[in-house]
Ligand binder design. Structure first.
Ligand code: NOJ
Length: 458
């Protein structure tokens, strides 16, 4: 299956229209414009709230099998709680789903993609245990409202960006810097919230709706900087801290041993009485393990990893807990974002590692892409896809691939400066004109023919 992806806050606009409540990104962009490139907001963004038919028209033109989009929690539940449902918000998503189905495009829905209702942040956000059940009730409502027409669900997008970005290193809303503490607690709750939602679907909806539920976790590929045993261990440690942290409890069971050991040791040395990484009970481990019907993966780039000396015992810090030297050589080809170097070979290695580490799950690559405006996007996509194809030949069970993104959109703190779209959006025009780039024509050919080269056999 071939598709493209977007997310509610990045494309919808209509930030306070028709009863929608405020979310943390509304609050962040409005109260801290200086933190966003060119003081941008997503108050209007691509205006998809009013232009979803145009979005479906370009998806149709692209010939994709599915469209991955996310639901804005605050548009459906303005305060975050299920006691007050906002009907226009529900109608918007029903219309979008209907329009997709009428055009033969399968919806793949992310229930939560970073835009937490502000009133739930005021309750403490993801570091608050209270959010587990609040999310579970929201997820149940989504299954009830839309599930008859949805075959693929994702509970969460990129828990790393939510927890490290939002609560650990503070580079994303709500901008909290409590590294080595709040990030671990955030992830602990998100994993439980994900598992609750999966079980709710399994028990209450699966029999009638027959869909599949998973979570999408992002990771880079980490390549050992040398053949030395220390560097090989360091690269595996990086994979476990970046990906295994969220994936191991779901696809295997419990947090990775290396995380449990390192964080416990450093916590005790720092004077804590217990590990800063919260522990799951045996019952919780069993409840979370196996809560997936496929594996969702977002992958963009790779790093080299070398061992490094243990950091001195100081304040809690995720990077010290991780304790490796991870970097990108200057001579790797760069995209328009310097940390997103182009490493198509990394996706093949990562896919093979996932197969070995998590017992060969069915994988949907829910995001892969490159920020640039030039025609190199075609070559980059082709090279990544050709490595995905090699991975399939290696025996990895990849069942779907989705380009980020359908169209240029609001790239979080980078505002509108980074252009990931297959379609260009004219953010200066009132109608937010969508125009295909050359990459749209390339991807259309791939989606329609499943062939990556120019000279395809019939
Ligand atoms: C990760 C996120 O899921 C998405 O929101 C973001 O825009 C892209 N990747 C590109 O950074």
């Amino acid at each position: 299956m071939f598709g493209t992806a977007t997310a509610s806050y990045q494309v919808e606009g209509a930030w306070d229209e028709d009863g929608k409540g405020e979310n943390i990104w509304d609050r962040y962009t409005h109260s801290h414009p200086e933190l966003i490139a060119n003081n941008a907001t997503a108050d209007v963004a691509c205006d998809s709230y009013h232009r979803y038919k145009e979005d479906v028209a370009i998806l149709k033109e692209l010939g994709v099998d599915f469209y991955r989009f996310s639901l804005s929690w605050s548009r459906i539940l303005p305060t975050g709680y299920v006691n007050k449902v906002n009907l226009p918000g529900v109608t918007y998503y029903k219309n979008l789903i209907k329009e997709l189905k009428n055009n033969g495009i399968e919806p793949l829905i992310t229930i939560f993609h970073s835009d937490l209702p502000q009133p739930l942040q005021d309750m403490g956000g993801w570091p608050s245990e209270f959010l587990i059940e609040t999310f579970a009730e929201y997820a149940r409502l989504c299954f009830e409202l839309f599930g008859d027409d949805v075959k693929y669900w994702l509970t969460f997008n990129e828990p790393k960006q939510i927890c490290i970005g939002g609560y650990g290193q503070g580079y994303n809303a709500p901008g909290i810097n409590l590294t080595g503490l709040a990030d671990y607690v955030c992830a602990h709750h998100i994993l439980q919230a994900h598992a609750r939602a999966w079980h709710i679907y399994d028990q209450e909806f699966r029999a009638t709706q027959q869909g599949q539920v998973s979570i999408t976790i992002d990771t880079r590929w980490f390549e050992p900087a040398s053949d030395s045993e220390e560097d090989v261990v360091a690269a595996e440690t990086a994979l476990q801290f970046e990906y295994g942290w969220y994936a191991n409890p779901i696809y295997n069971s419990d947090y990775p041993e290396i995380m449990k050991t390192r964080i416990a040791e450093r916590s005790l040395a720092e004077g804590f009485n217990h590990s800063r990484l919260p522990a799951f009970t045996d019952e919780e481990i069993a409840y979370i393990s196996g809560t997936f019907d496929y594996m969702g993966l977002n992958m963009y780039t790779s790093n080299l990893v070398a061992a490094k000396e243990e950091a001195p015992i100081a304040e809690p810090n995720y990077d010290y807990d991780l304790g490796v030297n991870s970097y990108q050589p200057d001579d790797w080809e760069s995209s328009s974002i310097s940390i997103l170097k182009i490493t198509p070979w990394g996706i093949r290695k990562l896919l093979n590692w996932l197969k070995e580490t998590y017992n060969n799950p069915a994988i949907i690559i829910t995001e892969n892409g490159i920020p640039d405006n030039s025609s190199i996007i075609d070559d980059v996509t082709r090279n990544y896809l050709s490595n995905v194809r090699s991975a399939i030949e290696d025996g990895v069970n990849v069942i779907g691939y989705s380009v980020w993104s359908l169209m240029d959109n609001f790239e979080w703190v980078l505002g509108y400066t980074q252009k990931y779209g297959l379609y260009h959006v004219d953010f200066d025009s009132i109608n937010r004109m969508r125009t295909p780039k050359t990459s749209a024509a390339y991807y259309k050919k791939v989606a329609e023919t499943h062939c990556l080269v120019d000279t395809c056999e019939e």
